[in-house]
Design a protein around this ligand. Structure first.
Ligand SMILES: *Cc1c(COP(=O)(O)O)cnc(C)c1O
Length: 463
């Protein structure tokens, strides 16, 4: 019996990655003001900044791209795409968009507005931004275990139903146009939502006439976790599990840059004819005609193919296990990671990794900088750089200080992951000598993308 789970593909086309010296990276960091978003991608060896839009497409997807129909209206590619989405979700109306946030923008423009409240297990940052831009309030109701990075639990992505009940009582069902469940729950570590939680959320909302939507970016990864962990699902196909997840919902937004295995694309799908009609009008104004929605015909073909491939259980087994393998390797070496490992990324717990660096000196940023310096690996801080605030000169830190290492789909092999783990373990060994950072420049909004930093102590070349 063989036990090793291998990549369920062979490689037909390769892309070189660039090796640099430590001295070179030290200089690149200084020039990028210690903000990894400001590095040139060519100076990165292994890029774990995001799993969004970074997947490797299959030979069948590339073949589908050649077969795309670029007709302005009524494109064959649209009907193929629409059929795949309808067969999977059973929603009546399918509206393609250029990526997930465009679907969010349209949906919340139609249903949001001043005085409205949108509850969620946790809003992704673009979802929150689109809800708030409409004038509505975005309320996160994660279960308490979501904030305990060192405690294992199967479904830390769930919404807290008691808090949802209280919220409905407090603000009134009439002010809640919909509730959105993010599957998997990206912002709390790619943690899955259980079928039971989806079902119970749907039942509770139903009683009050509130529709349930899924932010379905990682629906296939979530479905596979249900198969692995939830009683009663072991013998069901992931396709059937995914269909059941969608069956409790009235609609979804989707970034196809995740589980549709493409580099660009998204959609909004739903049952309500009136909302669909208004959404299509907005789509025509901002994205394009309803049968292409901001994409080329070929992109719709690649999405249709990707949505079928992502439900292949050999793929999902490899996907979930290879991310977990990375987390396990770090955990075994004593590196503090968020457990259990989620579906798309490994998260380092920067508070436990660098206890001597206070939140206002951005421990997550400090680790991300060192991991790049050590091995040319790019990660992203998800902590006080992203969510911290200065209020009346008072620093308010983020709840969690994390560093996310997101794994692009079908891109890196086990030896890339082994190398990345070794580099992080090296950084962990010299953690006591790692300085904190201060911000020397920041823009008014979304500062993590463009802020400048400098180390708090005199700059030395560590290690
Ligand atoms: C990526 C993402 C989005 C936004 O999608 P884009 O395609 O990047 O616009 C929304 N929700 C979640 C959970 C995501 O991960």
């Amino acid at each position: 019996m063989t036990n090793t789970i291998i990549e369920p593909f062979k490689i037909k086309s390769v892309e070189p990655i660039s090796f640099t010296t430590r001295e070179y990276r030290q200089k690149a960091l200084r020039e990028a003001h210690y903000n990894l978003f400001l590095l040139r991608a060519d100076d990165v060896l292994i890029d774990l900044l995001t799993d969004s839009g970074t997947a490797a497409m299959s030979s069948r997807q590339w073949a589908a791209i050649m077969d795309g129909d670029e007709s302005y209206a009524g494109s064959r590619s649209f009907f193929k795409f629409e059929k795949v989405v309808k067969d999977l979700t059973r929603f009546n109306f399918v509206i393609p968009t250029h990526q997930g946030r465009a679907a969010e923008k349209i949906l919340f423009t139609v249903v949001g507005g001043r005085g409205k409240v949108i509850p969620s297990n946790t809003h992704f940052d673009t979802t929150r931004a689109n809800v708030e831009f409409s004038g509505a309030a975005a309320v996160d109701l994660p279960v308490p275990s979501a904030l305990e990075t060192d405690k294992r639990s199967d479904f830390k992505g769930d919404i807290d139903l008691n808090r949802l009940k209280d919220l409905i009582r407090k603000v009134g069902a009439a002010n809640i146009p919909l509730c959105i469940l993010t599957v998997t729950n990206n912002s709390v570590g790619g943690q899955p939502v259980s079928m039971r939680n989806i079902r119970e959320t749907s039942a509770l909302l139903n009683k009050h006439g509130i529709p349930l939507f899924l932010d379905a970016c990682r629906f296939a990864e979530n479905a596979f976790f249900i198969k692995l962990r939830e009683p009663g699902y072991k013998d069901k196909s992931v396709h059937d599990i995914a269909q059941e997840m969608f069956s409790y919902a009235d609609g979804c937004t989707m970034s196809a840059k995740k589980d549709a295995l493409v580099n660009i694309g998204g959609f909004l799908a739903l049952n309500d004819a009136a909302i669909a009609e208004k959404s299509r009008s907005l789509l025509i104004m901002t994205e394009g005609f309803p049968t292409y929605g901001g994409l080329a015909g070929r992109d719709l073909d690649a999405m249709a193919q990707g949505l079928e491939e992502v439900l292949d259980e050999d793929y999902l087994k490899y996907r979930i296990r290879s991310v977990e393998y990375f987390g396990d390797k770090l955990e075994k070496a004593g590196v503090p990671v968020l457990v259990p490992t989620g579906g798309h990324a490994v998260f380092l717990d920067a508070k436990r990794f660098l206890p001597h660096v206070p939140a206002h000196q951005y421990p997550g940023q400090a680790i991300a900088v060192e991991v790049y310096l050590e091995g040319g690996i790019r990660s992203v801080e998800i902590g006080s750089v992203m969510f911290g605030r200065e209020t009346d000169g008072e620093f308010v830190g983020a709840g969690l200080e994390l560093v996310r290492l997101a794994i692009p789909r079908r891109v890196y092999t086990q030896s890339h992951i082994d190398y990345a783990a070794e580099a992080i373990i090296e950084v962990f060994k010299r953690r006591e000598r790692i300085p904190g950072y201060r911000i020397t420049y920041e823009p008014p909004y979304l500062r993590h993308f463009t802020a400048h930093f400098e180390p708090v102590v005199k700059e030395t070349t560590p290690g």
